[in-house]
Design a protein around this ligand. Structure first.
Ligand SMILES: Nc1ncnc2c1ncn2[C@@H]1O[C@H](COP(=O)(O)OP(=O)(O)O)[C@@H](O)[C@H]1O
Ligand SMILES: [Mg+2]
Length: 508
């Protein structure tokens, strides 16, 4: 008798009561990558749901009698009435160094034909941004390699700097240049054996672009040897809007991995205008009420929760963001541009007029600002370029009214002469970042008036010649500038001697 009881007791003890909560529903309507689903009463906001055939969706609209989901993946086999299941999980993407040198889609699946990605970890695509306490103020530079930016609108690690301008003003080029420059710095830094060197890894998120553009970007990175430090997250124009909506968040998760693991990363969102359009499209299909310019009311929240994830974390790493915004006819007061301007720590404003005049990169000095980066600028750049921004802004003002009269006093004329030369000095071809130490050398020459005796239209070749001279002949001096990051009397004397040595070699 007792053995029977014991056996029953054992059976009861072994009984597993772990209930698996599975909530199901059925597709009511299906259109444009969005499904309305009956049932799914227990689904959470932003939860992944499983469709038959492997497609997954994200629950975005939780209404009383239906749930609105965007669908990711192949939707061609889905039909109305199909069963849908909740998963209890938030959407996650693979993260880690295995993604470097790869092109992935919005879900982190490889699309470059180079085989599977051996990622060890996944991160959720939506994550609460770091709070105030864990953040540290920006104090380490992130060099773009573009002289006009590094000297006048410097960017620091953990900063969010908007690149804004019309189509074809060089926005993407600036972002790619910055990625290339990180790769160049990484190579020099890692080879130097300096234990304190912190490489910067890059993530380039392409949203709503033509495939041909993405291929061109990849080719430019590869040609510059920068692709091995970069992940491209591609949600091209032909992708459904759900993927385009998701891609920046997936990229942010990949960037966060570096930040959380004590490394530094850079993320480029190219561009958030198209991202907003994809989100508007989804919202309209979901029948959410539309607001200004037909965007849903929470498009501001969409971009702020994305950009707030960039930070510099105390004791960990950083994630620097370069969001891009395309304006129409230079109108920065439209809805999406004003939103993103207010969420970022400054903007680099590119002007079509300047671009067409051949002033490239077409950075507008007056309208561009970096609100936190100057704390991260190295002392050497401040020493040789501290006054440039003021001088250039003054030059533009003077030049505008100097057109009307030829009677200029000597002082105004000198200011105009100098301004015109600074403008020339900042011209820089695409995909050609200049190391910060070379920038310092060139700006030093400018400060000492070395270019004053050279004709304005010869400044571009003169500056190129000077850069080449330094790179080829003055490597130890350049290394000294880079490592000390400030100019003392001794370095200044060496710089002066080098510039004096160069001057006669340039036939103006
Ligand atoms: N600094 C530059 N010097 C010369 N050409 C440039 C420069 N920056 C951009 N371009 C050229 O201008 C065109 C538009 O640049 P792109 O970066 O694609 O603009 P956006 O992203 O603003 O549409 C490209 O053909 C690019 O090669
Ligand atoms: Mg572009």
């Amino acid at each position: 008798m007792s053995t029977v009881l014991e056996q029953i007791e054992q059976q009861i003890a072994r009984l597993s009561t772990k209930a698996v909560k599975k909530n199901t529903g059925n597709i009511r309507t299906l259109a444009d990558g969005v499904a309305k689903i009956d049932g799914l009463s227990a689904v959470m906001y932003n939860e992944m749901v499983q469709f038959p055939g492997g497609a997954i969706g994200i629950a975005l609209n939780l209404e009383e009698d239906e749930v609105g989901c965007v669908i990711l993946g192949d939707i061609s086999k889905l039909k109305e009435g199909d069963e849908v299941q909740t998963t209890g999980r938030l959407l996650s993407v693979p993260v880690g160094k295995a993604l470097l040198g790869r092109v992935v889609d919005a879900l982190g699946n490889p699309v470059d034909g180079k085989g599977p990605i051996a990622a060890q970890e996944t991160y959720p695509v939506e994550r609460i941004a770091p709070g105030i306490i864990v953040r540290k103020s920006v104090s380490q530079p992130l060099f773009t390699g573009i002289m006009a930016i590094d000297s006048m609108i410097p960017i620091g690690r953990g900063q969010r700097e908007l690149i804004i301008g019309d189509r074809g003003t060089g926005k993407t080029t600036i972002a790619i240049d910055t990625i290339i420059n990180q790769a160049k710095i990484n190579k020099v830094g890692l080879a130097s054996g300096d234990k304190n060197f912190r490489p910067v890894y890059s993530i380039y998120v392409a949203v709503g672009q033509k495939n041909s553009n993405i291929v061109r970007t990849m080719a430019a990175l590869e040609a510059a040897g920068a692709f091995e430090y970069t992940t491209i997250v591609a949600a091209p124009a032909a992708d459904n809007p759900a993927n385009q909506y998701l891609a920046p968040f997936s990229g942010a998760a990949m960037g966060e991995w570096f930040m959380e693991n004590g490394m530094d990363a850079l993320i480029v969102y190219d561009d958030l205008s198209k991202h907003a359009v994809a989100y508007r499209q989804i919202s309209l299909i979901l029948k959410r009420p539309s607001g200004r310019e037909a965007y849903p009311g929470d498009v501001f929240y969409l971009h702020s929760r994305l950009l707030e994830r960039s930070a510099r974390l105390d004791g960990k790493g950083s994630l620097t963001a370069l969001p891009l915004i395309e304006t129409q006819a230079g109108d920065v007061s439209a809805y999406i541009p004003t939103n993103v301007i207010s969420i970022t720590d400054g903007q680099i404003f590119l002007e079509t007029d300047l671009f067409n005049q051949g002033i490239r990169p077409a950075v507008s000095v007056g309208l561009s600002v970096s609100r936190v980066g100057s704390a991260a600028q190295i002392k050497a750049t401040k020493q040789v370029g501290g006054k440039l921004k003021g001088e250039l802004a003054q030059f533009r003002e003077l030049a505008a009214f100097a057109q009307f009269g030829s009677d200029l006093d000597a002082k105004t004329k000198a200011q105009l002469d100098r301004g015109a030369r600074i403008v020339e000095l900042f011209k820089q071809p695409a995909f050609n970042p200049i190391p910060i130490e070379v920038q310092v050398a060139v700006l030093f020459a400018m400060q000492r008036g070395v270019f004053d005796s050279i004709e304005v239209k010869k400044i571009v070749p003169a500056a190129a010649s000077l850069r080449e001279f330094f790179t080829a002949r003055k490597n130890p001096l350049l290394t000294e500038i880079r490592t000390k990051a400030a100019l003392d009397k001794d370095i200044e004397a060496k710089l002066q001697a080098a510039v004096d040595e160069w001057k006669p070699t340039f036939n103006a």
